[in-house]
Ligand binder design. Sequence first.
Ligand code: SF4
Length: 243
Amino acid sequence: MATKNKKPTKKRLPRSAYNREEISAIFARFEEARPEPKGELAHVNPYTLVVAVALSAQATDIGVNRATKDLFKVADTPEKMLALGEEKVGEYIKTIGLWRNKAKNVIALSQKLVDDFDSVVPQTREELVTLPGVGRKTANVVMSMAFGIPTMAVDTHILRIGTRMKMAPAKTPDDVETILMRIIPEEYLYHAHHWLILHGRYTCVARKPKCEACIVADLCKSKEKTCDVPAPIIPIIDQEIPI
Ligand code: SF4
């Protein structure tokens, strides 16, 4: 008996607690405060960015920058990194967590770039994730910072903010990414990733959010808000963003 073609079911994701106007208001504030947000990982070209992001897992940007400062002076291309070799790379990055495995990945991803991509960092996510040590988050950062493609690289800060603010209250980075990419207005999408990371790193911090210094406190719907703030200054329109 012939089976009916079933339409692929779309995964149901939790709704954002904010309507379109509220989301726009939040990102307008971020834009006003930091018109040109910059990533804090030092790099000199797309290749060194890939290496820096791959090294940054479970490490701070400051720690990675300290280690790569000298490394990138001697190895800013895949060929130079291969000539340096795994052992020497390891010596440069010894201060970073999981450095042995990361040195291995840096050499392996450099070899893959030489073998399969003519030593040029690819621009698509599909290609980037074929590089050893490069996952979806790293690929998103590289696409955004090296090639100007709007992406949402969900790190620990964005995952926390998504749930805490109820902006994207999902459990996994992939689901948070999907929700944020849907609800953030296009004009803010390119910088949104950096605004959220910086907001999480310096204001909406993990232990005790600094709500009294928060520029979106009046709009925030978090139960963890630690200070009284005036009612939202924009009208709340009863219109949920369809997710
Ligand atoms: S008000 Fe507090 S909880 Fe809400 S976004 Fe700001 S810092 Fe985070």
